[in-house]
Design a binder for this molecule. Structure first.
Ligand code: NAP
Length: 316
């Protein structure tokens, strides 16, 4: 089978290779899955650069999100059958044709969702739920607090704008260019700010770096700053920023921390909510293109292209 492999940290376009490998048989408690679609997310590429080298073991197969079909079942597995579509979560490895994963880390996909929709039902929707729950919990009673969302035209940014409104909060979409603002305005009728945002009660930040620092400095007293990404290449330094503003609560939010500590029922409930939102339309992500895994180099080049207008999916 074909698989993508990272054997050294570096620029994803240079260090992610393709190679042939033997299929592994599922052991006790495991299933073998034929991957039908896998997403390319920023969170797949960041570990490749070595940003998390202390907790990333080389070599590894990238890909944290996607959908596949069970083909073989190991001893002692109950509740799963060959042919069933599942989302394998909890570890990377989806950028390959076949994956062996503990059944305990697989979640069933309803029949009415397409492979494309299912392949994007995990990382961004479940993180968006955690972020909105966290900011709502910070304020206790939500009553129109102004919540900035950076990189607001991203797949997760668009979900956050909807979920914040549903939670009784006032989303303020923050984008880095007028062109981005114009694109977002086609689908979002609320407040959009470029560069200098008005006063905010909280920020959900995927950018970090100097733009994140500037936002942090301007949050209203008693507010909150949740960092969940570092698209600028740099996270905020919690010690530094909170020393300057003790009246603003700073925290990081990483989906993997929740997924590895939540009971299975809580993850199932989050998936049920995600599937519902995808059916209703507000949690679906646009697909820019689907690439064969053998075309991975072209897919990675497209990931960085300014013309990209949605998610890239791999069809292993
Ligand atoms: N913490 C977690 O567990 C978790 C989970 C899910 C996602 N995330 C993070 O969420 C972020 C977005 O993910 P996604 O899948 O939604 O991405 P995506 O759909 O690929 O969108 C990327 C967006 O980022 C914007 N962008 C890129 N670099 C930027 C910069 N330096 N400053 C401002 N905006 C920038 C782009 O804006 P333009 O339109 O202006 O080009 C684009 O809208 C990523 O950082 C990802 O790691 C974190």
């Amino acid at each position: 089978m074909l698989r993508a492999v990272v054997r050294a940290f570096g620029d994803p376009r240079q260090v992610i290779g393709l190679e042939e490998a033997e299929r592994a048989a599922p052991g006790p408690g495991e299933v073998e899955i034929r991957i039908r679609r896998a997403a390319i997310n920023p969170s797949d590429l960041i570990p490749v650069t070595g940003a998390y080298r202390s907790r990333t073991t080389l070599p590894f197969v990238p890909g944290f999100e996607g959908v596949g079909e069970i083909v073989r079942i190991g001893d002692g597995v109950t509740g799963f059958a060959p042919g069933q579509r599942v989302l394998p979560v909890g570890a990377s490895g989806l950028w390959q044709e076949y994956l062996v994963r503990p059944a305990a880390w697989c979640f069933c996909v309803p029949d009415d969702l397409s492979d494309d929709q299912a392949a994007m039902a995990y990382v961004n929707p479940l993180t968006a739920f955690r972020l909105v729950d966290a900011v709502a919990a910070h304020f206790g009673r939500t009553g129109g607090q102004r919540i900035g969302v950076t990189a607001a035209a991203s797949a997760i940014g668009r979900m956050l704008l909807v979920l914040l409104s549903d939670a009784g909060l006032h989303p303020v979409a923050l984008v880095r260019s007028e062109a981005g603002a114009a694109r977002l305005a086609e689908s979002f009728a609320g407040e959009i700010a470029v560069q200098s945002p008005p006063a905010l009660d909280a920020v959900l930040d995927a950018v970090g770096g100097e733009p994140g620092n500037a936002l942090f400095r301007n949050i209203r007293p008693g507010g909150a700053f949740l960092q969940y990404g570092a698209l600028s290449g740099a996270q905020l330094d919690p010690a530094l920023v909170t020393a300057r503003r003790k009246d603003v609560a700073f925290s990081f939010l990483w989906l993997r921390n929740w997924v590895h500590s939540a009971p299975r029922e809580a993850i199932e409930a989050a998936f049920a909510r995600s599937f519902e939102g995808i059916r209703a339309g507000y949690l679906g992500s646009t697909v820019d293109s689907v690439f064969a895994l053998s075309d991975l180099a072209a897919a990675l080049a497209r990931q960085d292209a300014p013309a990209r207008v949605g998610k890239l999916l791999l069809a292993p």
